[in-house]
Design a protein around this ligand. Structure first.
Ligand code: GLN
Length: 535
């Protein structure tokens, strides 16, 4: 099955963490700005079925899609750059491919054959990619292959990509290889040997890159570029410098200035570009809103996985989106809730406090105290998921007088389970993919903070949780002054909590961070940062 879609395959060399996701997103953005219908796929060659069961400290955040996928955080990059939702099928893992092949084998679809990596696994990979291209009627599909060339896990995927080039023709497929040119000190020479080796490794498995995107701390100099061109067999104009930038949003412009769009269009035989200045004006005004922000808002982010910035990458971005919209630089201090006991007063130096999602007992007490501190001291507070739940626990303890109020996730034997398992979760055994996931409808009451910021009686927000507010306590909480202004499933679940007369106290059971985009901050983040900056 051939498609009309053109493909850009992005591979990585030398080491992980080079920003392949940003390169892929930036290329996709440039093509979108050139009026192409684009989307991105992330291949993750690991054996997990999806990212849902992985520890955010080791792997970075789990990004939740509208359709309930628990995906690699690169999907979030694609959504934010392209300002479009990406379906979960766009995150392909080894487990998904192998299970589909094994299921087909059991159904007897390969009767008579010995089922092998080539062709059965590689065919399944190619089908998955082509189906997306076809179903979504894409002009260009960017496919980023996770991991580093030479990894055992990624071999079947790279082999499938190699075959696709043969089948589709070289005018339809471009291979971009992302590598690193390190320099050992600030003024030092940029070293090209790791890149040379990595290209050799790629060629060994039959892939000749068309374009090189070279990560480096400062502009890739001419001699390094020449060397890379010579050893990689890629012409000099096709070697692109991806040097450090103040904001990742400036990377599309950086690549554009080096002529990448012309190079891609020439290779694809697409000539006669339409006038795209209106697209660029809009994008540039968004990018510019992120630079040279002078006023600062200091925000404390109190959570569990603060040791790795990537664990809350969407929350960080959402805060920055909100800041840029109102012309403020949001300075975020990540505070480990486990280390907060006894030093809660240090939170008074911040203009706002945000508590992002989290799981399990560790660090929960620090979060409960944080939520209470924000309420008592009238500090703007935004609690997301776990931050919503533990704000309810804090309210139960300190306002309603339920001294042992808790979530059964933290203390299964509490007398006052104000947060408890969703009823449908009680009999679930498998941990993978079994939370309440994805975008669900929420009703918002009129004349509430929730309504004021969403300006709508119905919203759709992404979820990822097993626990929820226990309705048994609804009346008590209401009489004590906590207002649940948003709910779902005919009031079966509480979704938004707020405290009237507080400067800004909002808890949301959903994850607003996943739908925040540059230029279009999610409403609760914008309102939170506005409240914090006027505090
Ligand atoms: N651990 C809580 C739950 O499962 C909150 C989850 C979250 O913050 N994403 O309901």
């Amino acid at each position: 099955m051939q498609t009309e879609t053109r493909y850009i395959f992005v591979t990585g060399g030398v080491m992980s963490g080079l920003g392949k996701g940003v390169v892929s997103s930036s290329i996709a953005k440039l093509l979108q700005l050139s009026n192409q219908k684009v989307s991105c796929i992330k291949i993750d060659p690991y054996l997990n079925y999806d990212a849902g069961t992985m520890n955010p400290i080791a792997h970075g955040e789990v990004f939740v899609t509208d359709d309930g996928g628990e995906c690699d955080m690169d999907i979030g990059n694609y959504e934010r750059f392209l300002n479009q939702s990406i379906p979960k099928t766009h995150n392909i893992t080894t487990a998904q491919i192998y299970s589909s092949v094994i299921e087909s084998e059991r159904r007897g679809e390969y009767l008579g054959a010995c089922v092998q990596i080539i062709p059965h696994v590689t065919d399944a990979i190619k089908d998955r990619i082509r189906n997306i291209a076809k179903n979504e009627n894409l002009d260009v599909l960017v496919v980023e292959c996770g991991g580093t060339v030479g990894d055992i896990e990624s071999l079947p995927f790279l082999e499938a990509l190699r075959q696709m080039r043969l089948e589709e023709g070289s005018d339809k497929i471009i291979f971009v290889h992302v590598t690193l040119a390190p320099s050992l000190d600030v003024v030092g020479e940029q070293k090209t040997k790791p890149t040379q080796h990595s290209v050799q490794e790629l060629r060994r498995i039959g892939i000749q890159p068309d374009l090189m995107a070279v990560r480096c701390s400062r502009l890739l100099d001419t001699s390094a570029k020449r060397k890379i061109s010579l050893f990689s067999n890629v012409s000099e104009k096709d070697v692109f410098s991806c040097h450090d930038a103040e904001s990742i949003l400036t990377v599309p412009q950086m690549l554009y200035d080096q002529g990448i769009v012309d190079v891609i269009f020439k290779k694809f035989g697409k000539v006669g570009l339409v006038n795209t200045s209106a697209n660029w004006d809009k994008w540039n005004s968004i990018v510019n809103s992120f630079v040279n922000l002078k006023d600062q808002v200091r925000i404390a982010m109190v959570g569990k996985y603060v040791k790795l910035a990537d664990s809350y990458v969407s929350v960080n971005h959402a805060l920055k989106h909100a800041g840029a919209k109102i012309g403020k630089n949001v300075a975020i201090d990540w505070i480990d809730s486990e280390e907060l006991n006894g030093s809660i007063d240090k939170l008074s130096q911040y203009q706002g406090i945000i508590v992002p999602g989290g799981f399990g007992e560790r660090g929960a007490e620090g979060i409960i105290k944080t939520a209470n501190f924000a309420r008592e001291k009238n500090v703007p507070y935004l609690g997301i998921c776990f931050g919503f739940q533990l704000a309810a626990v804090a309210f139960g303890r300190y306002v309603c007088g339920l001294s042992d109020a808790n979530s059964t996730e933290i203390n299964p034997n509490t007398e006052n389970p104000v947060i408890d398992l969703l009823p449908e979760q009680k009999f679930i055994e498998n941990k993978g993919g079994s939370l309440r996931l994805g975008a669900n409808e929420i009703k918002v009451d009129d004349s509430t903070l929730g309504f004021k910021l969403y300006k709508s009686a119905t919203i759709f927000k992404r979820h990822r949780h097993r626990y929820e507010f226990n309705q048994k306590y609804l009346e008590l909480f209401n009489t004590k002054g906590l207002r649940f202004s948003g709910y779902s499933d005919n009031k079966k679940r509480m979704e938004i909590l707020e405290i009237p007369n507080h400067k800004f106290y909002l808890g949301v059971q959903f994850h607003p961070e996943f739908s925040s985009r540059p230029g279009y901050p999610e409403e609760s983040f914008e309102a939170f940062i506005r409240a914090a900056s006027s505090a």
